[in-house]
Structure formats: structure tokens, C-alpha cells
Design a protein around this ligand. Structure first.
Ligand code: NI
Length: 269
């Protein structure tokens, strides 16, 4: 698949599955803005059937190269980011994975049982990143059990493989030119901001500032019945140039640590 095909398909699924995403997107285009993606992010488990090395292939074949590694001690995650050389206008790709062995036997047991519920052939699908939940109906009880140790694990247990978030590049906006103005625009349109560690993650001096809305709650069919839980969210990022005039292209673990919490279980009010 070409990069265009990959992101068109990811966007189609993400915007159909999460109704608030198109509302956010429209609030920008109705304002006369052109929406350019800073990065698209994915989540997975560090199981060799589906880890970062497996998920990155789609992007490597499409011309992406690995840039940097990240470690999130508190969340027990590692991540890598990818770029297309000489194409700074193309979205970066950010893939993180949960380090299963750092969690309790209980958590590992629940996750492994689910991962083992399908054959290896499912994980070899060229479309894995678009396939979403390949494991069938989740258990609501297990979802909440996982949340006790990791909101990330609980989210991934339910939703599987998909774009976790797209990110609007504030650098490419013509009128909404600062992160403060973007956040106000979002609040004026009724979107709930992720306030973990403050509404704005990062400082101008750190060369990257990010914010995000909380994932909207969607109805999910569980074994026990239908319940509403957070799905995917939208992120917003602005990058600054360093003292040599080069725009910062990396990620800051400190920022991302709090951005991950956009899928934490919450009520919409
Ligand atoms: Ni992100």
C-alpha cells in the first residue's frame, strides 16, 4: 500500500468509528483551516505476534524509517517514531507497546487468554493495523480488572488494532495559530479537554506542545451486555524551531505520558 492509501483507510475507519472526530475536523475546516496531520499513533502489546516490529512493517514498506525510541517507566510502555525522509509534510508515525512482563500474572493471564483466542494466521494479516478487535466480544469485568493496573491495557483489550489518534498540526493552521487558541476553539465547540498534568503538555522551550480531547464514550458490546467506554481521541501539536532554526521533529516522553490518559475511563460530563 502507498502512504496515501494507508492513511486514507486509517482515517476512514477512525472517523466512522468515532463520531466526534468528524465534528472536530469540521470545526476546523468550517473555520477555513486546512487540516494537516502531525502524527498518527498506534498501540499494541509486546507479544512477538503483534509487537512494534510487526506493526511497523506496513510503514517501512511505504517508505518510513525509524527515528527514535522512547520509554515510559510509569506506564510500562516503550515506543518508536518513524518519518519519511525528505518529506517533512507527511505525518510521523508513533507506535507504542505495553511491556506485559512488567505487570501482574493476573493481567498477563487475561491478556494472553485473549491473544491466544485466535490463530497465528490472524496476526499475519497484511491488514492487521486496520482489523480492530480481532478477538471477539470482550468481557466488561476483565476490562475493569485490567484498568486497575493499566488503562492502556484495558483500552487495547477492547479495541485492538486501529489508529488510536490522529494529530492536527497547529503549525499548518492559518488562523488558529497557537495551542491556547486551538484549545479555546475546542472548548467553544463543547469538546472535553484532557487536563492531566495541565491542558497544554510541554513548553515552547522544549520545542513541542501538545493537547488532546478526551476520547468520547461509545457503546461497546461486551459478553455481559452493552456498556459505554472511551474510544479514540484527537490530538493537537505545535512544534518550534531550535536555535539552529530546525523544527523539532521528535516526541517528549513527559508529554506523551499524560496524553496516553486521554483514553482513561471517564464520564462525559
Ligand atoms: Ni500523539
Amino acid at each position: 500500500m502507498t502512504r496515501n492509501e494507508i492513511f486514507s483507510k486509517l482515517w476512514e475507519l477512525y472517523s466512522i468509528q468515532n463520531p466526534s472526530i468528524l465534528k472536530v475536523h469540521k470545526s476546523f475546516t468550517n473555520y477555513g483551516e486546512q487540516v494537516i496531520n502531525d502524527h498518527v499513533a498506534f498501540r499494541t502489546f509486546n507479544d512477538p505476534r503483534m509487537d512494534i516490529d510487526v506493526l511497523e512493517r506496513l510503514f517501512i514498506y511505504a517508505g518510513y524509517v525509524k527515528k527514535e525510541d522512547y520509554y515510559f517507566k510509569e506506564k510500562k510502555l516503550i515506543a518508536k517514531h518513524y518519518e519519511v525522509p525528505n518529506h517533512p509534510e507527511e505525518p510521523k508515525v508513533f507506535i507504542s507497546q505495553l511491556v506485559l512482563e512488567d505487570f501482574s500474572d493476573d493481567l498477563q493471564g487475561i491478556v494472553l487468554e485473549r491473544l491466544n483466542s485466535v490463530g497465528n494466521i490472524e496476526y499475519k494479516s497484511k491488514n492487521l493495523l486496520f482489523d480492530g478487535n480481532i478477538w471477539g466480544k470482550p468481557s466488561y469485568k476483565a476490562y475493569h480488572k485490567l484498568r486497575e493496573e493499566s488503562e492502556y491495557a484495558a483500552w487495547l483489550y477492547v479495541y485492538g488494532f486501529r489508529a488510536n489518534h490522529f494529530t492536527i498540526s497547529i503549525n499548518h493552521l492559518k488562523k488558529l495559530k497557537s495551542i491556547e487558541v486551538v484549545n479555546q476553539h475546542l472548548k467553544d465547540h463543547g469538546f472535553l479537554m484532557n487536563n492531566a498534568g495541565g491542558e497544554i503538555k510541554g513548553t515552547r522551550e522544549e520545542l513541542l506542545q501538545q493537547s488532546s480531547i478526551m476520547a468520547e464514550n461509545l457503546k461497546v458490546e461486551f459478553i455481559e451486555g452493552e456498556y459505554e467506554i472511551p474510544a479514540c481521541y484527537y490530538e493537537f501539536a505545535i512544534r518550534y524551531a531550535d536555535s539552529n532554526g530546525n523544527l523539532y521533529n521528535g516526541f517528549l516522553a513527559k508529554n506523551a505520558n499524560k496524553i496516553f490518559e486521554s483514553t482513561n475511563y471517564h464520564s462525559d460530563s
